[in-house]
Design a protein around this ligand. Structure first.
Ligand code: PGA
Length: 264
């Protein structure tokens, strides 16, 4: 659990030429970093060209990820992309992002199947969870009173999505704690995110029969170059899932550099 992971979720942004400029900007900015895992998740049509751009004078720390997959392997599923199609092309795949839950009505049951297929194809799922409603300001400032029973909804999502997996496979899943109210808005406080990430880590530890620190837990929700150190200095935050700030190479590179200072 020593390296931090910084994942860029480009969402439905960039033209092809913007994607290449962005990928090259990140690549040249992080070339010297060796202690951080960096994942770029472009839109599907740019995966191949971005992969090709990254392959020229590669920066070893950068891996590629997809933003979604479908849980069937092949067949009459117009517009969908399977884990088998992504195998060999990407190393990571975001699963269960709140925008997919919201706009495409993804359920925990579907998310569970997607995670199963991703793992079977050798991909690392970045599985997203997080509450919809902003907590009271007092709790954001002092979250000591937030207990496992108070975040039952998040833990239920984790239980349902990972119920099929054995401990070895759970260890291969990255969890992204993304409070939905903080996405594209105002970030959570680092103490609050730390509290939830710690409760998630403790929950996973129980699920895998007591093995500690086997699953990375990221924070996501308006993370940027100014607050990255606040989050990355927390003991139970193993990295960041970054939306808006990942579209600006200078901001994203700064975040990766900050992560490199906090490798455990
Ligand atoms: P944001 O998005 O950094 O723009 O808040 C994060 C995400 O949705 O993954």
């Amino acid at each position: 659990m020593s390296r931090k992971l910084i994942a860029a979720n480009w969402k439905m942004n960039t033209t092809l030429s913007e994607a290449i400029v962005l990928a090259n900007g990140v690549k040249s900015g992080v070339r010297e970093l060796s202690g951080t895992d960096i994942v770029l998740c472009p839109p599907f049509p740019w995966l191949v060209p971005v992969k090709e751009a990254l392959a020229q004078h590669p920066a070893k720390a950068i891996k590629l990820g997809a933003q979604n997959l479908f849980w069937q392997e092949s067949g009459a599923y117009t517009g969908e992309i399977s884990a088998l199609m992504l195998k060999g092309l990407v190393d990571y795949v975001i699963i269960g992002h709140s925008e997919r839950r919201k706009y495409f009505k993804e359920s925990n049951e579907e998310i569970a199947q997607k995670i199963t297929k991703a793992l079977a194809a050798g991909l690392t799922p970045i599985f997203c969870v997080g509450e919809l409603k902003k907590p009271a300001d007092e709790l954001l400032a002092d979250p000591a009173g937030v207990t496992a029973s108070k975040i039952r909804g998040i833990l239920n999502d984790i239980d349902e999505a990972l119920s099929e997996q054995n401990p070895n496979d759970i260890a291969r899943v990255v969890i992204a704690y993304e409070p939905v109210w903080a996405i594209g808005a105002v970030a959570a406080t680092a103490v609050y995110a730390e509290r939830i990430c710690r409760l998630i880590t403790e929950h996973i530890t129980k699920m895998v029969g007591g093995q500690k620190d086997i699953t990375k837990v990221l924070y996501g929700g308006s993370a940027n170059e100014n607050n990255a150190a606040d989050f990355l200095s927390q003991p139970h935050i193993d990295g960041l899932l970054v939306g808006g700030a990942s579209l600006k190479p200078a901001s994203f590179v700064t975040m990766c550099k900050v992560a490199n200072q906090y490798q455990k």
